[in-house]
Write a protein that binds this ligand. Sequence first.
Ligand code: IDP
Ligand code: MG
Length: 140
Amino acid sequence: MSERTLAIIKPDAVKKQVIGDIIKRYEAANLHPVAIRMMQLTKTAAEGFYAVHKQRPFFNSLTAFMSSGPVVVLALAGDNAIKRHRELMGATDPAKAEPGTLRAVHGTNIEFNAVHGSDSADTARFEIGYFFPEMDLVAR
Ligand code: IDP
Ligand code: MG
């Protein structure tokens, strides 16, 4: 069943100049970009995006990081896209991520971990809507 998920190429990965490598891996996995946006989040926008984590000890640091430089936000579509994207990303901590996953290859540590991916259908809907109006999502 085709579904959509939200991906963010985080500021650390943009600084490392691996936008192209990451998008190449999405395409190789048949996770098709259906919307792409480059932007720099404000601290407030990062806080809204990560509101579910606002009680966590790393919330301030995470939202400072996410607003520290440009990001690339993508909506990806494909069969079982949410779960397959999480598998392609690897574990939150790059040191624990399977070899060859995006975080194992491009992440630095548990915070600077290169990419974000939605973790459920509900969060995907919220997160895609946070960045893209429906009319910006192409059909493919
Ligand atoms: P996920 O991105 O793998 O879904 P979450 O637990 O949802 O992981 O955490 C969101 C983001 O917060 C992570 O991707 C990472 O950037 C950051 N983060 C998670 N846990 C920690 C931590 O223990 N210390 C610092 N940052 C963290
Ligand atoms: Mg998460």
